[in-house]
Design a binder for this molecule. Structure first.
Ligand SMILES: *Cc1c(COP(=O)(O)O)cnc(C)c1O
Length: 332
């Protein structure tokens, strides 16, 4: 089976397991795990922020990130298919007590005119107040699309003008960085708080980081513990992340090339594939997924009609070619 359901399905390499096995550890709830501290410092630095906080999942990093910016009873604006809106099981309402309104873009892009229309300043006890705007880069359900830096900078300027915060869901910001050559710090500069994943394309078994100011991380550390996610000798996991940063960033370009190959096989314009995700609509999505499985390729339906294929560390060129051949037969 060639598994293209997600880039979360990767298994740690032998070298990554060795790095984990030899990690120096301590109790991170006491702030004494040197490997966790090293990872947090390194990732904060990569994005030009003061501090970072290691979390077990990207969903938790997003919940903590948005909570750092939006108080209960206030709202965050995001794209309609954003992970925070669709795939975090309502956590931002259920846990953070905030509301969301959305704009829609077929490629998950920013739409500043729509955002300006939605934006609600503090009008007293009449309307929900917008206190953050969230952007996802790359955009998962829109097909791994990159949000251009110029658009992010325009959003930053709007946010500064209105005194509203920007949250960046950078679960796959590494892919955007490799696809465009944009320095990570340039992405970091547009966000007040951001979240990044180590367990997607980077191939770590577990782990994400919340990134922002020292003050925000102090508060987020309290919220993380309150939610039961204070981890002890987590350096075992952080070591996988450090190893991934050393060895698995540049190779994302291979995943992007494989995704374009698969797109072509599925009748999707490869030029529309920015990174490692191919998304396209088919009326027969569930039966197409089943037929692909019968042909030895696991793919997923991420909506009633939307098919998604994701390339990753455990799918080499030969596997991608084999999957492309099988899918081309089904599409043809
Ligand atoms: C995967 C993902 C997350 C975090 O997911 P977890 O499975 O909770 O780690 C957040 N945002 C986006 C866009 C994602 O694709």
């Amino acid at each position: 089976m060639i598994d293209l359901r997600s880039d979360t399905v990767t298994r740690p390499t032998d070298a990554m397991r060795a790095a984990m096995a030899s990690a120096e550890v301590g109790d991170d709830v006491y702030g004494e795990d040197p490997t966790v501290l090293a990872l947090e410092e390194r990732v904060a630095g990569l994005f030009g922020h003061e501090d970072a906080l290691f979390t077990p999942t990207g969903s938790l990093a997003n919940v903590l990130a948005v909570a750092a910016l939006v108080a209960p009873g206030q709202e965050v604006l995001c794209e309609a298919r954003a992970h925070i809106a669709r795939a975090e099981l309502g956590a931002h309402g259920a846990i953070n007590g905030l509301t969301m309104r959305t704009w829609s873009h077929p490629r998950g892009q920013l739409d500043l005119a729509a955002i300006e229309d939605l934006f609600a300043p503090d009008l007293g006890p009449f309307f929900v107040r917008t206190t953050a705007i969230s952007v996802e880069n790359t955009h998962n359900f829109a097909g791994g699309t990159v949000v251009p830096l110029t658009d992010l900078k325009a959003l930053r300027a709007f946010a500064d003008g209105q005194g509203v915060a920007v949250h960046l869901d950078g679960a796959r910001i590494w892919n955007a960085h490799v696809a465009t050559g944009t320095p990570l710090a340039e992405y970091g500069a547009v966000a007040d708080v951001m979240a990044v994943c180590l367990s997607k394309g980077l191939g770590a078994p577990v782990g994400s980081l919340l990134i922002g100011s020292r003050e925000q991380m102090v508060e987020a550390r309290v919220r993380r513990k309150r939610l039961g996610a204070g981890m002890r000798q987590a350096g075992i996991l952080a070591a996988a992340g450090l190893h991934a940063l050393d060895h698995h960033v540049d190779r994302l370009a291979d995943d992007h090339a494989n995704a374009r190959l698969l797109a072509e096989a599925c009748g999707v314009d490869p030029a529309s594939v920015d990174t490692n995700i191919v998304a396209f609509d088919r009326a027969d999505a569930p039966s197409f997924v089943a037929a692909a499985r019968d042909a030895g390729v696991l793919i997923s339906a991420v909506g009633a009609r939307t098919i998604r294929l994701v390339t990753h560390l455990d799918v080499g060129r030969a596997d991608a070619e084999r999957a492309a051949g099988a899918l081309a037969k089904l599409v043809g």
